[in-house]
Structures are given as C-alpha cells and as structure tokens.
Design a protein around this ligand. Sequence first.
Ligand code: SF4
Length: 237
Amino acid sequence: MIGKINSIETMGLVDGPGIRFVVFMQGCPIRCLFCHNPETWNINDKCTCYTPEKLVKKIINYKPYFKDNGGVTFSGGEPLMQKEFLLKCLKLCKKNNIHTCLDTAGTIDDCEEILKYTDLVLFDIKGTNKDNYKKMTGGNINNSINFLKLCQKLNKKMWIRCVIVPGINDNITYIDELATFIKEINNVEKIELLPYHTLGVHKYKELGIKYQLENTPEMNIEKCKDLENYLKNGLTK
Ligand code: SF4
C-alpha cells in the first residue's frame, strides 16, 4: 500500500498540541477560495510515495521531541482522500503510543474506523450552511455535516478552525451563524479564527490556476482577533 505525501513538517507548532510531525497528504476534493496549498489538490500531481511502515518509522524517529503532548498530525490537502493508507498509519502510530491528530474539513464519508484511531480532530469549518459552504469551496456541505455527527457519536475531542476572509465572512452576521453552528458541537477544546493571507498566491501562477481572490486584501490580524473574541463571548451566552 502506497500513500501520496505532498510534504512533511517535522517540528510543527500550530497543527495540534505540543510539537507535531505534520504530514501534508496529497489530494483534496474541494477548492477553498483562500487555499494556500493548491499544489496538494490533484492526487495525481508529483509527490512523494511512502508505505505506511516507512512513514511511521520516520515519525517514530521524532518521538523524543513529542514529550507529553506532541505527536503526529495528518493534514493536507484532505487526508481523508487516502483513507486506507491513513487508517494503516494511524493504527501503527497508536501501536507505538503516538498521539494522533487529523486536520480535516470532513469532506469524505464513512470515516468511523479512522476516527477510532484519532485522538483529536482539527475541524476546519468552511461554511455554516449549504450556500456559504458552496461559495467558499465549490463543494457540498453534507459530507462535512455527516463527519461532524460521527465525531459527536464517537465523542471525539475537537479543535475548531475557520479562515476569515475580508468581504466574504468577516462580518458579525457570519460570526453569529458560526456561534450557532459551534454551539451544537460537543467536546470543543479550542476555537481559532485564522486570518486570510496571500502567501500562497504565487503558487497559482506557477500551476496555471486562476486565483479567484485576486483583489482581496489580507485579513487584518487584530480585526480577526476581535471577531474571535466576539465569537467566544457569543458561545458563553
Ligand atoms: S480543504 Fe484545505 S487543501 Fe483543500 S482546498 Fe480547502 S484549504 Fe485547500
């Protein structure tokens, strides 16, 4: 069995607790307007192939850095696109007592087995209803909702993340909708609003893909923090 890996970050500090070995997997079924990793979209694009054993052996080498709360994070792209490979890697990680995180938008169905071997889900909210989800990703919200329901059924610990884009969702109406959406989710340990940035724009040119947010400025970091505080206040009401 072979997995397609776009890249690896050995000492990640933002994608889960502690120091993380982050695996950016190839392939994504949706097309977020703000995506800064378009090179991960096409599962057939150039990438590195690993067997689960080879990848987990590499992860084990970094175990001393994980200490009490670090571990591995499978990200992407959409890591669920390579379900069988992911499952095998997760099983091997758990066998080796490694904390496992899944950074996902939940766009693929039938993930119960994968979630059994996942300690923490970093869930990316792309939209709160079918219309704003479609506008932001070009996709259908149903799989994400079903994935969330499954996380709830299995009592998974969750971190919630949402990218805030000027002129699209940087408004109080959206943040109120987000609060209503998040209130329905149990076991949420952390919520982050991430400011839209333009660091990946050059990749679109290189790949010959039209960048749809061409005239959109970066999200003001302080305004994004204010919206995050407003959201968190709303959740306590
Ligand atoms: S889910 Fe992630 S990789 Fe896929 S398009 Fe959205 S931001 Fe990009």
